[in-house]
Design a protein around this ligand. Sequence first.
Ligand code: ADP
Ligand code: MG
Length: 267
Amino acid sequence: MSRIPLATGAELEVLGDHCQHLRLTRVVQLLPTLLEQAAQQELSYSDFLQTVLATEVAAKQEKHQALRVQMARFPFHKTLDAFDWKAQPSIDPKVIKELATMRFVANGANALLLGPPGVGKTHLSVALGLEACRLGLRVMFTTAAALITTLGKALYENRLEERLKLLTQPKLLIIDEIGYIPIDRQGANLFFQLVSRRYERGAILLTSNQSLGAWGDVFGDAVIASAILDRLLHHATTINIKGDSYRLREKRKAGLMRSAVTPQSEG
Ligand code: ADP
Ligand code: MG
């Protein structure tokens, strides 16, 4: 069988230099292998070029995705594949799968996951956030408490405008755990400013253990709570999750607990 001669050491070096110059970092690493494979498979020029470029594109996409995931600051990495839909019949998987297309993000709409502790709100919000990263979107994950602390600090340091701008940049802002910690008047005001800024411009995905009717108490002010909800709900998918805590269910299954446990006793 006639074989196309492989590149000499000197040729490889020149090719390597060109790749470095163009920052084709994955191609540099794989150059001898790519050449070897092209020769073995007797690839056409265009197939070879396609393989080389696709290798680099895939590497760059992986790198950027990893960077987006890192920048999003998720508390853990759990995916939709790891979600047990049968264990959570109150959620229609189709609705979550529609959210996972990120059309709502493209439309600057919102999504609310409501339900008691342990039913998978954070898991789903992280999984959707990871999906957004995979689709090339900038995401930021925060808890309501951390967000309000950050905004309060920025106000104190006279840098609120700067901070609000930063929080407007990610295409998807995930705000977890609204309702666990009461929010004071200043916090409610700052939260309102953020929601107004992002209204119809950037998507918010938020989770709450409180029903929307109880948000007046969460924000300590019914007027501001309804102003926040008015903007959030204008274009929104609301998912009400019911049922027992998955954490407790797992413990129960392992025989560590009896079934009559109130959710409040959960850590
Ligand atoms: P919440 O935010 O609603 O309090 P989490 O999302 O933190 O609940 O879920 C608690 C734990 O149970 C997490 O480890 C999560 O991955 C897991 N979990 C909850 N629901 C499910 C489910 N239906 N399938 C798989 N894991 C689940
Ligand atoms: Mg949670």
